[in-house]
Design a protein around this ligand. Structure first.
Ligand code: UD1
Length: 365
């Protein structure tokens, strides 16, 4: 019997571990799978709802680290996770994505001599001002198994001198979850709550510090909403960081006054998938949503200067816009005028990535 311990912490982690958990359950005679939740995200809407929607069991360990500066958060995770690892002595630790929980868990594991598998390895924005880029570089450097979603990731890892035998192009576990739950999500009636019609609304998510942590950035975002309000209804589930910053800069009232803009609390996995699948346009600065919209064939404008997921631009529906108000409004109007960018689905984004990962791990650990 081998023990595999997966770590989750923040919202984009849960849908990546869920398909792995389901595959490991099918091998429960030879694999004991434990889930640790660091508590990086703790609000019900940022965490519990995802466990429910994705049919994940209650985590075996909850570290309760909460928010803080990068050093505080990373250090707390390391201190608390070390205790769990010493007691459970797993044969492998799985980390996913690029959040602080990912890098903290990989560092503490490797220092205890436990092998690390990184899911979503190799992605690079080449922008070291992003905390996630530092998390990706460090996690990949200490991981033994690097599971990659798209060819650019393989090229990046090879260029960084990572042994080719550690790199596996397996596809995208987040798309495994999307495929599994798409039908269930479709059966919900979410658009009605916002009094919008399918294919006649824009869905927005924005939470990157580079966009929302400055007054100038937030003011540009509100100007975009004001411009779009003449042509579309916009649904904007507001991330806690963004809500905090809107309040801090005294911009909440200006946001609330924009017509056709529906500001809501963060939305759970199934409801959000329902909205994405029916949107006419998605505007985001999330990493995962660039991939999900490419899979769904929904036009996506990314409010960043770069992407670590270039395949979504090369063959998918994604377009990089920075925070250029004029460009974003123009490209949005192109979509409303029926001139959206069309795309195709990357290889191996087929719902079976978790099975491929489990097969490789079962043979090697
Ligand atoms: C984190 C990840 C980011 C990911 C995002 C998804 C890092 C460095 N960043 O950013 O890569 O795209 O999650 O959501 O790991 N807060 C709450 N309730 C919560 C969680 C956070 O109110 O449940 C508030 C707190 O004020 C906190 C702030 O949001 O200080 C930021 O949370 P944090 O986890 O530090 O970073 P995110 O911006 O969520």
């Amino acid at each position: 019997m081998k023990t595999i311990l997966s770590v989750v912490g923040a919202r984009p982690n849960f849908m990546k571990v869920a398909p792995l958990h389901k595959v490991f359950q099918q091998h429960s005679a030879s694999i004991r799978h434990l889930i640790v939740h660091t508590g990086q995200h703790y609000d019900e809407t940022m965490s519990k709802v995802f466990f429910d929607d994705l049919e994940l069991p209650h985590p075996d360990f909850y570290l309760g680290v909460g928010s803080g500066s990068h050093a505080q958060q990373t250090a707390k995770i390391m201190i608390e996770l070390e205790k769990v690892l010493e007691a459970q002595k797993p044969d492998l630790v799985i980390v996913v994505g690029d959040v602080n929980s990912t890098v903290a868990s990989s560092l503490v594991s490797v220092k205890l001599g436990i092998r690390v598998a990184h899911i979503e390895a190799g992605l690079r924005s080449f922008d070291r001002t992003m905390p996630e880029e530092i998390n990706r570089l460090l996690t990949d450097a200490v991981s033994e198994f690097l599971f990659v979603t798209e060819p650019s990731g393989v090229a990046n890892l090879k260029r960084e001198g990572i042994d080719q035998g550690k790199i596996f192009l397996v596809g995208n576990v987040m798309i495994d979850s999307l495929i599994r739950y798409r039908e269930k999500a479709r059966r919900l009636s979410v658009v009605g709550q916002f009094q919008v019609n399918p294919r006649a609304f824009t869905l927005v998510t924005l939470h990157r510090p580079s966009n929302v942590d400055t007054r100038e950035g937030l003011e540009k975002i509100l100007t975009i909403f004001e411009e779009l309000s003449t042509r579309t209804s916009t649904i904007f589930p507001v991330h806690p960081r963004t809500r905090k910053m809107l309040e801090q800069f005294g911009l909440s009232q200006r946001a609330s006054a924009i017509k056709n803009l529906h500001l809501t609390e963060p939305i759970g996995y199934l409801e959000f998938l329902n909205l994405m699948d029916q949107a006419q346009l998605v505007i985001t600065d999330s990493g995962g949503i660039q991939e999900e919209t490419t899979f769904l064939g929904i036009p996506c404008l990314t409010l960043r200067e770069n992407t670590e997921r270039p395949i979504t631009v090369e063959i998918g529906t994604n377009r990089i816009c920075g925070l250029d108000v004029e460009l974003i409004v123009r490209r949005s109007f192109e979509v409303f005028d029926g001139k959206a960018k069309r795309g195709s689905v990357p290889d191996l984004w087929d719902g079976h990535a978790a099975e491929r990962i489990a097969e490789i791990l079962r043979k090697t650990i």
